[in-house]
Design a protein around this ligand. Structure first.
Ligand SMILES: [Zn+2]
Length: 245
């Protein structure tokens, strides 16, 4: 899958041969000096900074399928159609957006993605934000990034990646990332552990509680949702699974 994404990324960087897909310049962001190639599909409007039409068409096929997969899990109801921006010039993106790629803005229903991003990560941010049509009421980095990593649609061994990220760190529990001193840890440490934890929590099958957790994300709120005893037991079990004591 990663190989395919890289191939498509390359094809987006160079103008492809002509195709029958519906592509046309847009739109709202032209004032920022970018003429986007857009493709509107069922789930999203895709904005491409690159100009390879054939690659863009295949790219939208893959992301439409990803959206459908994630939507079947989280039942999102967005107030407006998702706008999915695919950047090939990341330096320019940072200058214009004032923030490094990739990221999603739930309230605006927008993703700003690098062309070679994992399929599910940024879409999961939007889809969980609007799951059941209700936006988040509170945020924690552990839950937000954790669920996006857990549903990035890669086939990574999440426990193995978490164990590897924990090496050399002074982390004693995943709770250190939730309400302790590791809340702002660098991405390469934080994301794999958060992703493994949220994958673990989802697979416990406590679905109503999990759905409440993605809307109410602080550890204090999770103690109310799960009950302190059950949450403590889940954290302890997860810690043991990744080799923490
Ligand atoms: Zn993210």
């Amino acid at each position: 899958m990663r190989y395919l994404i890289v191939l498509i990324a390359c094809s987006l960087l160079f103008a492809g041969c002509s195709t029958k897909i519906d592509v046309h310049p847009s739109g709202g962001y032209d004032t920022l000096g970018i003429h986007w190639m857009t493709i509107e599909r069922n789930n999203a409007i895709y904005y491409f900074q690159g100009t390879g039409e054939k690659g863009a068409s295949v790219y939208t096929d893959m992301y439409e399928h990803s959206y459908d997969t994630l939507a079947s899990v989280f039942k999102p109801k967005l107030p407006r159609k998702l706008r999915f921006f695919v950047w090939t010039d990341w330096v320019q993106a940072r200058q214009i957006l004032n923030y490094p790629l990739s990221f999603a803005q739930g309230s605006k229903c927008e993703c700003h993605s690098r062309v070679n991003q994992q399929l599910g990560h940024e879409m999961t941010h939007i889809i969980t934000y609007w799951a059941d049509g209700v936006p988040w009421s509170s945020y924690s980095r552990l839950v937000t990034e954790g669920v996006a990593v857990a549903f990035d649609l890669t086939h990574d061994d999440r426990i193995a990646k978490a164990k590897s990220a924990l090496k050399g760190q002074n982390i004693h529990s995943v709770a250190d990332l939730w309400s302790g001193s590791y809340q702002e840890a660098e991405e390469k440490v934080f994301y794999p552990i958060a992703g493994a934890f949220m994958d673990f929590m989802f697979k416990k099958g406590l679905r109503e509680k999990f759905d409440a957790l993605i809307k109410n994300q602080t550890q204090a709120e999770a103690e109310i949702i799960y009950g302190k005893e059950q949450l403590d037991a889940l954290i302890k079990e997860f810690d043991g699974t990744v080799g923490l004591h």
